[in-house]
Design a protein around this ligand. Structure first.
Ligand code: NAD
Length: 374
């Protein structure tokens, strides 16, 4: 029997992306799999049903959930959706294992095999599957556009008959995937860009994009390419230097995060009060608590004339490209497990082994298991 791969119209509020775009759905169908979509699945990402050529359709999300052997999703499935899954089904998507404990337990108790794209190892071979990176790059790009549209100034320097306009100063805090894309985007718009990250390894990357690296004298290399949490003394030193750069900036884009922990607080109320009126902070880390003390997720807070944008789910603002990139990430992950239309997961493959969240009634991901009380 060929494996049935299903995708839903995402039900989370404000989620416009879709896990399967037409190009990818057709490629999956070419592997011999059956692809089953809920009507209107891609509509909000501007992929109308008519563009999907080789798929079957279902009128209700319930029948996709109860029929599919593999369910592809963007947002974590709700408790109700997990209850409707076919026994032994496989789910692949964002799972937010640190935040969604009840859902992780439900996946375990229903003996669902779930793969969290957040847990795909960041090895060279898996770069084409790296959904964290593809979606973060979009967020970095969009954050700069939001900053530019809030600012009562041009980004580029302009020489006009009415005199010369000075370029905007942009500070990017956190130079991971989102931060580097933010730097590149702000530079393309002509701003003068500075950037900071606790990982010294980012210094060369920042410079190669034409930005200046803010040197605070603090390094926080962690394991696996991620940052570690800083000590109180390191934080104070970092703060002193950063506060002066924040005060000088017209726009600050913050992207700093430490996996599995609340976002580090880097911009204090006092630092915002040193900024010029009309300046803007776009906080991409808003959903993890924010890098700015005044950030409120999903809101724009005005403080002494400074706008602090608590940006959430920015990738959904570019739903078309975000869905294309995400669906390709999923295809590259899933394709090696489909042989002549049938699902065969190679558990010796570290990509499958490490990204598995639940399987056969157990939570496979140790750090998540430790956070569960039962
Ligand atoms: P992330 O979203 O976890 O964090 C964003 C950035 O915030 C990171 O660069 C981090 O160092 C920085 N940060 C954390 N605390 C900070 C603080 N207090 N002040 C300033 N900055 C702070 O990171 P990410 O974008 O997912 O990337 C993390 C790393 O993984 C990077 O080195 C990236 O190059 C690497 N990576 C590797 C692969 C691969 O090899 N396949 C793919 C993607 C990313």
């Amino acid at each position: 029997m060929p494996v049935t791969i299903g995708a839903l119209r995402e039900s989370a509020p404000h989620e416009t992306r879709v896990s399967l775009v037409p190009e990818v759905a057709d490629k999956l169908a070419q592997t011999g799999a059956r692809v089953l979509l809920e009507h209107g699945a891609g509509a909000r990402a501007n992929f109308p049903d008519a563009l999907y050529k080789k798929v079957d359709w279902s009128d209700s999300p319930g029948s996709v959930l109860s029929t599919a052997d593999v369910v592809l999703t963007v947002q974590p499935l709700s408790l109700d959706q997990i209850q409707q899954l076919k026994s032994g089904a496989v789910v692949i998507g964002f799972m937010q294992p640190h935040a969604r404990k009840a859902e992780v337990k439900a996946l375990r108790d229903r003996r669902i095999t779930s793969f969290a794209v957040e847990l795909i190892p960041r090895i060279s071979r898996a770069q084409s599957m790296d959904a964290l990176s593809s979606q973060a790059a979009i967020a970095g790009y969009k954050a700069v556009l939001i900053a530019a549209s809030h600012l009562p100034k041009f980004f580029p320097m302009l020489t006009t008959a009415a005199g010369t306009i000075r370029p905007s100063q942009v500070l990017v805090i956190g130079a991971g995937v989102a931060g580097l894309q933010a730097i590149a985007t702000a530079r393309r718009l002509g701003a003068v860009v500075e950037a900071y990250d606790v990982r010294g390894a980012t210094k060369e990357q920042v410079k190669s994009l034409g930005a200046k690296f803010v040197d605070t004298g603090v390094s926080a290399e962690g394991t696996g390419g991620y940052a570690r949490e800083l000590t109180a003394e390191e934080k104070a030193k970092q703060q002193e230097v950063l506060d002066s750069r924040i005060a000088a900036a017209d726009a600050v884009i913050t992207t700093a995060s430490v996996p599995g922990r609340p976002a580090p607080k880097i911009i204090s109320r006092a630092a915002v009060e040193r900024m010029r009126p009309g300046s803007v902070v776009v906080d991409i880390a808003a959903e993890q608590g924010g890098n700015c003390e005044l950030t409120r997720a999903g809101e724009v807070v005005e403080h002494n004339g400074v706008n602090i944008v608590g940006a959430v789910n920015l990738a959904a603002d570019l739903a078309y490209n975000a869905s294309e990139m995400y669906a390709r990430n999923l295809l590259n992950f899933l394709k090696p497990a489909i042989e002549k239309g049938e699902l065969k997961i190679d558990w010796n493959d570290e990509v499958f082994a490490q990204s598995c969240l639940t399987h056969e009634g157990t939570v496979k991901h140790e750090p998540t298991l430790k956070t569960l009380d039962s």
